[in-house]
Ligand binder design. Structure first.
Ligand code: DGY
Length: 322
């Protein structure tokens, strides 16, 4: 064992990641991959020095407050850290890290899948074939929306947003974006910056959300902002469900103001998502698969481990967020 530190691993991780963990640390694994309650998280954390967790663990202020003093670092197996109260961690001098960069490609792929699934009516098509109701082909059968050459609008031009823009350029799409800060021209790659959200939305035939969950982005795509979309626009969300006001989006999907949506993330996922997303045929849904490839999940695990290694070797972890 390279390090004497004890790691509480809250979920089952890919085999290659668990192998490295077991080689290098004394680990408390979750071999059943059970979702722990808040109390169990606190209990199991005792006598450990670090927690390696996912976005499925709600490390809110109260839970962090109750963590034993032995916990010195929370290494997240995720880029998003909205499940983890950074202020509460900082108050207890607990270091927090995340895993940026390594999931940008796989998340951008899912954004493209969501865009195409929504634009080309994949939900209806799948249903027809799978339920054996596909009996004809005709020139007017199941016509969708072509995205080639259309305007692709991005809210949140961080790492994932920028890779997604690159992929959308593969469809000859014109890239528009809104971000807190305008990017350098070299990073913009010709993308058109909008300093207001309304202006960006009005220029988006496809609107793709890539901003983190924080107080500024909560319910950002609401009824008011939706009125600025071109009629029949497509909405893609691979960021966090919290960025969308569900009632507003569902209303717009019902009236056709929003032509279709491709959603990989949801408010109250997995079990209590807005029921209309299961029912509406112009919604293409996935179960939070943005980073779900073997390559990416391994890379996320290794990145979390690099952060733990740095910390326990007395260095500053590369991906420290608190
Ligand atoms: C992330 O890393 O934030 C993904 O949503 C998976 O947790």
């Amino acid at each position: 064992m390279t390090h004497s530190a004890k790691i509480f691993v809250t979920r089952q991780l890919p085999p290659a990641v668990e192998e490295r963990l077991a080689n290098d640390y004394d680990c408390d694994f979750n071999s059943d991959d059970r979702l722990y309650t808040q109390n169990e998280l606190v209990e199991r954390a005792s006598e450990n020095d670090a927690i390696l967790c996912c976005h499925t663990e709600q490390l809110n202020a109260e839970t962090i407050q109750r963590l034993p003093e032995s916990i010195r670092i929370i290494a997240n197996f995720s880029v998003g850290v909205d499940h983890c109260d950074l202020e509460a961690a900082a108050k207890k001098s607990i270091v927090v890290t995340n895993t940026p960069d390594v999931l940008s490609d796989s998340t951008a792929e899912i954004a493209m899948l969501c865009m195409l699934g929504a634009a080309r009516r994949a939900t209806e098509g799948q249903h027809l074939v799978r339920s054996d109701q596909w009996h004809d082909w005709s020139p007017t059968f199941m016509l969708g929306t072509q995205v080639t050459g259309k305007r692709f609008g991005i809210i949140g031009m961080g790492r994932v947003g920028q890779v997604t823009a690159k992929r959308a350029r593969g469809f000859d799409m014109e890239i528009h974006y809104h971000n807190r800060r305008r990017l350098d021209p070299s990073a913009e790659q010709g993308a058109i910056y909008h300093d207001s959200m309304e202006s960006l939305v009005a220029s988006s035939d496809v609107l793709s959300l890539h901003c983190p969950n924080n107080p500024d982005s909560l319910g950002l795509l609401d009824q008011k902002l939706i009125t600025h979309l071109p009629d029949g626009a497509i909405v893609v969300n691979t960021a966090r469900g919290t960025v969308v006001n569900d009632d507003a989006l569902v209303d717009a999907l019902k009236t056709g103001k929003v032509g279709a949506a491709g959603l990989d993330v949801f408010n109250n996922e997995p079990s209590h998502i807005h029921s209309a997303y299961r029912e509406l045929s112009n919604v293409f849904v996935l179960p939070h698969l943005g980073s779900a490839t073997v390559q990416t999940r391994d890379a996320m695990g290794f990145r979390a481990l690099d952060n733990l290694d740095a910390y326990f070797e007395g260095e500053e972890p590369g991906d420290r967020v608190a």
